[in-house]
Design a protein around this ligand. Structure first.
Ligand code: HEC
Ligand code: HEC
Length: 153
């Protein structure tokens, strides 16, 4: 019984299909302001806590950009990201520097997409979630809700 219960808890915590990834209700406004100006304010659950810490430790050299924030805000954002991080066993390795778009989980979810789409002029980068997921900003990543006609189901 106990084993079945923990299995159930695990399944509930790890939905196989997660197309709804809204930002948590208690997301600090600074998250959208500081981390949503150059790209999508990514759902924290898509990276593990360790990877978020690595990323937040090096904001001054962030993928060729300076994304540094003042230390007080940095601490708040790190605490928020870590508290809402995904289970690293589920997201899988994210590379260094960590990328959502390099995690095992992301690559698996996107395995059916032909490689040419990642560099298509409408997309340019796998990090550019909104190029394909029209409603990514409201946390909706459904396979039916895709901007690129050839990829829509
Ligand atoms: C000044 C612009 C800028 C700001 C501000 C910024 N980023 Fe980024 N971020 C980038 C660029 C550029 C990339 C690389 C995009 C690409 O490869 O297409 C990136 C990539 C990322 C990635 C990896 C995306 C992937 O491929 O999965 C994560 C995660 C990320 N940023 C988180 C954050 C967080 C958290 C903050 C706020 C503390 C933040 N970013 C603020 C410019 C910025
Ligand atoms: C080139 C277009 C494209 C880009 C860019 C892209 N995706 Fe996707 N994504 C898709 C497609 C198409 C699917 C559906 C794949 C399938 O069903 O085989 C999908 C599926 C997903 C799913 C699973 C949805 C479900 O129904 O379970 C998630 C979550 C997701 N993407 C998140 C992201 C995030 C986060 C980013 C940015 C870091 C991103 N995607 C970038 C095209 C894209």
């Amino acid at each position: 019984m106990k084993a079945i219960f923990s299995l159930l808890t695990m399944l509930l915590a790890l939905p196989a299909h997660a197309d709804r990834l809204p930002l948590p209700a208690d997301t600090p406004p600074a998250y959208r302001a500081e981390c949503g100006s150059c790209h999508l304010a990514y759902p924290p659950v898509l990276l593990g806590a360790y990877d978020w810490r690595q990323l937040m430790d090096k904001l001054d050299s962030h993928f060729g950009s300076d994304a540094a924030v003042n230390p007080e805000i940095g601490e708040k954002l790190t605490a928020f990201l870590v508290a809402n991080a995904g289970n690293a066993n589920r997201t899988g390795a994210a590379g260094n520097p960590p990328r959502i778009s390099q995690t095992t989980h992301f690559l698996k979810e996107h395995r059916k997409i032909p490689a040419r789409f990642w560099t298509d002029t409408r997309v340019r980068s796998a990090a550019n979630c909104e190029a394909c997921h029209t409603n990514a900003a409201s946390g909706r990543f459904s396979e039916h809700d895709i901007a690129i006609a050839e990829l829509r189901r």
